[in-house]
Design a binder for this molecule. Structure first.
Ligand code: GLN
Length: 540
């Protein structure tokens, strides 16, 4: 179990950026050389995020061990190197499922099973387990203090602070300080802290989200009313440039020092050089590249969060700013727009993952356009499947080529479930989740991008390329350049004779970091830059 605990809670309202705040604190503590564990508590009743529509909580982030989790785990994975697995994502559903399982097995020895102590004990146990290998556990409690759903979790936090002692466990509370009539208003924060005190949590540090940096008199006022030291009232003002500056902003406010000193840790040197370099790259990036993303949830900002970020990381590593143009696949499907107009100025097209047939024909149009016009294309999961369908239809002339996900009793199932391919012997028809290793064709674009002949990526899909069509696809110019050989599965394909057309069955976006852009996204952005003539970069 970790020795030190930091609970990150939120006040006033949601969407203040608690995930990024917790993750940035993780960045700072790692930069001091400490080993952190990042834990997200989601007070909803769902056991995990896997069954939730993107309309609810945005993207589902998948960990290496195949857990379907909240997108904040994606923030943790981008800002820190903390190991993330299913145990790092705790929900009310999981807690109750386990407590009820134990009750049914008689493990409570006839006791009346109650929220306190049984639910709260289970919560504390899970936090301890998830932080077993770390020195410091950073636990973000989803929702806003005062929500009915989060009360048992906050009570669990209070108990851990009591057990571990105040010198070993602390609360960082993110709150809002809005501007009204040209003045920063502190009343909301005063009330938020009162809510927190009512459930026994005295914030040790306040992160104050505000439109502009907090002046010292506002800080002093907040300190007076909240019983928080003035130097622990931190300005978490809006950052107009990019989110990866947040750790640098927090350092400027001495957040790392406050935490390290409060927890009685040694004040080791802080190395944020990689983040400083990233920020320099952002500032030096003079040119921007337009990338089109053709999907069906384009109105929601968080649906393709990890892909958006992976594109930005790749751009930063090339000193380019990426402007992502979200394109509605259904609009393309209905033929309401002229693709030449729609894709004007775009230097690369990406089709992300997805489920269900809505918008798929529009995605096929987009892939067709990219293939015919030499426009760099990157297909991810569903995006790769659509790439195979398009190729089968328009190059092999199989007009009815489709996936059995979209057409029942499809006559030309180039994509189908393994049992439909008569291959129930291997992985079965359920969702393929988590990490698997792919072997890369040494002369292909995958191997060139990765600089290796093997790569491990996360998966989340049910359907697979139908091997019955492989020979025909390959001989017509769709090269299968990544495979999961032991299971005889296609992992990636590429267009021959095209500057850059790559599809992967995996989700490489989950492994991209701002200080370590993913090689496939980098290769895509390099190809985009070349297409745009921004500069002559040869795609290695
Ligand atoms: N719907 C497809 C499948 O299940 C693709 C899934 C995805 O893109 N994540 O295979």
């Amino acid at each position: 179990m970790a020795e030190k605990f930091i609970f990150v809670t939120g006040g006033v309202c949601s969407s203040l950026g608690k995930g990024i705040a917790a993750a940035s604190l993780g960045t700072l503590l790692e930069a001091h050389g400490y080993k952190v564990s990042m834990i997200k508590i989601d007070p909803y009743i769902n056991v995990d995020a896997g069954t939730m529509s993107p309309f609810q909580h945005g993207e589902v982030f998948v960990t290496d061990d195949g857990a379907e989790t909240d997108l904040d785990l994606g923030n943790y994975s981008r800002f820190t190197n903390a190991k993330l697995s299913g145990g790092n994502s705790i929900t009310t559903g999981q807690i109750y499922q386990e407590v009820i399982r134990k009750e049914r097995k008689g493990e409570y020895l006839g006791k009346c099973v109650q929220v306190i102590p049984h639910i709260t004990d289970e919560i504390c146990q899970r936090i301890y387990q998830a932080s077993a290998e770390a020195e410091i556990a950073i636990v973000e409690v989803g929702g806003t203090v005062g929500d009915i759903e989060s009360i048992p979790f906050l009570e669990g936090c209070r108990q851990i602070i009591l057990r571990k002692g105040h010198a070993n466990a602390m609360t960082v509370h993110l709150t809002l300080v809005p501007e009204v009539g040209g003045e920063l208003k502190t009343k909301l924060t005063q009330h938020a802290v009162k809510e927190s005190l009512a459930i026994g949590l005295q914030p040790d540090i306040l992160l104050c989200r505000s439109p502009e940096p907090l002046d010292s008199s506002t800080k002093r006022k907040i300190a007076h009313f909240t019983n928080v030291c003035e130097n622990a009232v931190i300005s978490a003002h809006n950052e107009p440039s990019h989110i990866y500056r947040i750790p640098l902003n927090y350092r400027a406010e001495r957040l790392d020092r406050l935490v390290v000193e409060h927890l009685g840790l040694e004040v080791t040197p802080l190395d944020l050089s990689a983040w400083e370099e990233l920020d320099r790259n952002y500032r030096q990036a003079g040119l921007s590249l337009d990338i089109g993303m053709v999907g069906k949830y384009i109105d929601l900002p968080d649906t393709y969060k990890s892909i958006d970020e992976a594109l930005i990381h790749a751009g930063l590593s090339e000193k380019l700013r990426i402007n992502i143009r979200k394109i509605d696949a259904e609009q393309l499907e209905k033929g309401e727009v002229d693709p030449d107009e729609l894709f004007l100025g775009i230097s690369g097209l990406l089709v992300p993952g997805g489920f269900g047939n809505r918008g798929v024909e529009g995605m096929i149009h987009a892939v067709h356009y990219a293939r015919r016009n030499g426009l760099p294309f990157f297909g991810i999961c569903l995006g790769m499947q659509v790439m195979v369908i398009e190729f089968a239809r328009h190059v092999l002339g199989i007009a009815e080529a489709n996936s059995t996900e979209f057409v029942e009793n499809c006559r030309e199932p180039v994509i189908s479930l393994l049992e439909e391919q008569g291959r129930i012997d291997i992985l079965g028809g359920s969702m393929r989740l988590g990490l698997s290793t792919m072997e890369l064709e040494p002369t292909g674009k995958f191997a060139r991008a990765y600089g290796a002949t093997e790569a491990k990526e996360v998966h989340r899909h049910r359907y697979e390329v139908n091997n019955a069509y492989l020979e025909r696809l390959e001989s017509a110019g769709l090269t299968i350049s990544a495979r999961y050989s032991s299971q005889n599965l296609v992992e990636g394909c590429e267009w021959q004779g095209h500057p850059f057309g790559l599809g992967t069955q995996a989700h490489p976006e989950f492994h991209s970091q701002p200080v370590g852009a993913h090689p496939l996204f980098r290769a895509f952005i390099q190809a985009g830059a070349e297409y745009a003539g921004v500069r002559q970069i040869s795609v290695r």
